[in-house]
Design a protein around this ligand. Structure first.
Ligand code: F6R
Length: 613
């Protein structure tokens, strides 16, 4: 939800900022803009569309200057156009501001400012904030830092902002609440960004700003941080572990394809150091002190959004099946607003790739108020969810940049599996031999995924046959019902084809009416887990003329006779099969989207990190 970058130092700022914006483009890509400070004042460049459009627009312009702020937008207030693109300016154009988040009370502030004579050029909430800072600065006769601090005390909502002042070319001010912000510290220079990817090639020393903190960033001085309540804070410098390689395409045509093919390695990274090679004992360091709490919990409530919610459903099956712990899976956006019953003895587990999803964070805040134990499964180290929760486990999938979640999903399932088996072992709800069987199977998953990835050409040929379909139905049962939901979501979001995921047996209760010879049905029919029942469901589809693509276990003959196309996956423990069956569905969506001319990394209307509700 919008990416922001700032640089102040002695280098040319624009190339650093524009490169940073490209790295943050997964956060929003409907318009972008920069403000550059130089001896003559400021240069402002804005353009509708992607960062490359801004770059083309700026190609012939003077972009010199050693201080700059830049923004790539995912529209909330106001359509994507040049006027609404950031930076936004104070009435006297001396202050420029970029913002990620939403100012919820912007309307009342705007009305009050209009009464004081302010006029606005855009429809954004952000412009209101920069006018408010200007009003306070002029009226109270205070420094820009103090004006920002006072203004933020009046603001309700979420923000990560950078504010710079015309003519002041050695410093700017950054602040955050609810939206992420990282400050990179170099030699006589600072970098600010929504995540570390624009910073990593310049410095490894970073400070993660906390909620409610404001930083005065002056290239000639040490970093100064205060809270919006005006309490001074000592910056805590972390060392970045991110590698440059991890945020580049590495020879692949898109991040999505790279991330699909990275899954065997990502899973190895997720498992690394967590299974003792000799004893096969699982250690999840992040939840070690909370294991007993989880085992004794009345229930685990999983809160998540989108793909992470689908992983949560698989988690429910795993925890209940193996550890016999009762689980509820909730859309975070519904949970937070429906007055749910949460007890002190509940464990609330948030699953999130970014660790910044606004609804998931709000659901955790609510659970915190009620005294529940908070756990997280996240990918982005140091993000807001791991900082809010009592304990948790990282997925260690490496940066996921394609907007459609792929490797984050599989690694979330791996962590959920580790947690569930560990709890099952501790509770004694699975036998020793079952425990060892699952662990052995889990360790074989990366190799099995590699085998499935070799079917890429076969899947591409199937995609060719279905690329013009307008609707798709995905069916699965048991552990593979959430995979059907995820397969449909993947197709929808990157190819813009309408798709629905359903439990196969539910089809008779409505969706079967949709089936005719134009309707492709993707069915997951692996040998374990209600295989015979799924075969009956396939017969029902066949009898109505539906065109069938089936994901089957290697060596299957029954479904092969019924389906139009079959993609084989290796056999495994039923609870691990989503890690395999999901892979062909990712590739199918990828190829169909590409054949339809869609941008798989940046699908329309979407952004990777949803930091607004
Ligand atoms: C779909 C997708 C989204 C995210 C959702 C939650 O491919 O990526 O549905 O899963 O926005 O995001 P996180 O996991 O960052 O909380």
């Amino acid at each position: 939800m919008c990416g922001i970058v700032g640089y102040v130092g002695s280098k040319q700022a624009y190339p650093i900022v524009i490169k940073g914006l490209k790295r943050l483009e997964y956060r929003g890509y409907d318009s972008s803009g920069v403000c550059i400070g130089n001896r003559d004042g400021i240069t402002v460049l804005k353009e509708k569309g992607k960062v490359s459009d801004l770059e083309a627009y700026a190609a012939e312009k003077d972009t010199s200057g050693s201080i700059s702020i830049g923004h790539t937008r995912w529209a909330t207030h106001g359509v994507p156009n040049r006027e609404n693109a950031h930076p936004h300016f104070s009435g006297d154009r001396k202050l420029s501001l970029i913002h990620n988040g939403i100012i919820e009370n912007y309307d009342s502030i705007k009305k009050a400012l209009i009464n004081k004579g302010h006029t606005f050029k855009s429809d954004t909430d952000t412009e209101v904030l920069v006018h408010l800072i200007e009003e306070i600065k002029n009226h109270e006769q205070v420094s820009l830092f103090e004006a920002v601090r006072l203004a933020l005390n009046e603001v309700v909502g979420a923000y990560a902002i950078i504010v710079m002042e015309k003519g002041v070319n050695n410093e700017f001010i950054a602040a955050r609440k609810g939206s992420p912000l990282v400050i990179g510290i170099g030699e006589g220079e600072y970098f600010v960004a929504s995540d570390a990817s624009p910073i990593v090639e310049y410095t490894r020393d970073v400070v993660y700003l906390d909620d409610g903190e404001i930083a005065l960033i002056n290239k000639d001085a040490d970093l100064e941080i205060r809270t919006i309540a005006n309490v001074s804070k000592t910056p805590f410098i972390h060392e970045l572990e991110l590698s440059l390689e991890a945020i580049e395409k590495g020879g692949f045509s898109s991040f999505m394809l790279k991330e699909i093919f990275e899954q065997p390695k990502s899973i190895i990274d997720t498992l690394r150091g967590r299974i003792n090679p000799k004893t096969k004992e699982i250690t999840l360091g992040g939840i070690l002190d909370y294991e007993q709490k989880i085992i004794n919990a009345d229930r685990i409530i999983i809160v998540a959004c989108g793909t992470s919610w689908h992983a949560g459903l698989i988690g429910e099956y795993l925890f209940e099946d193996l550890a016999r712990i009762s689980v509820e899976v909730e859309y975070a956006s519904e949970f937070r607003y429906r007055n749910p019953i949460i007890n002190k003895n509940d464990v609330v587990l948030a699953i999130s790739q970014s660790g910044e999803t606004a609804d998931s964070l709000a659901a955790l805040e609510l659970a915190k108020e009620k005294g529940a134990t908070l756990l997280g499964i996240c990918n982005v180290v140091g993000s807001s969810i791991p900082r809010l929760t009592h304990a948790g486990s990282y997925t260690h999938a490496g940066p996921e940049i394609g907007v459609a979640s792929t490797k984050a999903f599989t690694t979330q399932i791996v962590v959920l599996t580790l947690m569930a088996i560990k709890m099952a072992q501790k509770k004694g709800t699975i036998t020793k031999s079952k425990y060892h069987e699952i662990i052995t199977e889990l360790e074989l998953i990366p190799k099995k995924i590699e085998k499935i990835l070799k079917k890429n050409d076969q899947i591409k040929k199937i995609a060719e046959k279905f690329k013009n379909a307008t609707n798709f139905l995905y069916l699965g049962r048991g552990y593979n019902f959430p995979v059907a939901l995820e397969g449909a979501l993947k197709l929808k979001e990157i190819s813009y084809i309408h798709a629905e995921g359903y439990p196969a047996a539910e089809m008779k209760h409505g969706p079967i009416a949709l089936i005719d010879d134009d309707m492709p049905i993707v069915v997951i029919a692996t040998k374990k887990g209600n295989y015979d029942k799924v075969v009956s469901n396939i017969q029902e589809v066949k009898a109505r003329g539906g065109r069938l693509i089936a994901i089957v276990t290697e060596g299957d003959t029954t479904v092969k006779e019924l389906a139009d196309y079959c993609i084989e996956v290796p056999d495994s423990f039923d609870g691990l099969s989503p890690l395999l069956t999901n892979i062909p569905l990712q590739l199918l969506s990828y190829h169909i989207a590409l054949m339809r001319g869609c941008d798989v990394d940046m699908p329309r209307n979407l952004a990777k990190s949803v930091t607004v509700e």
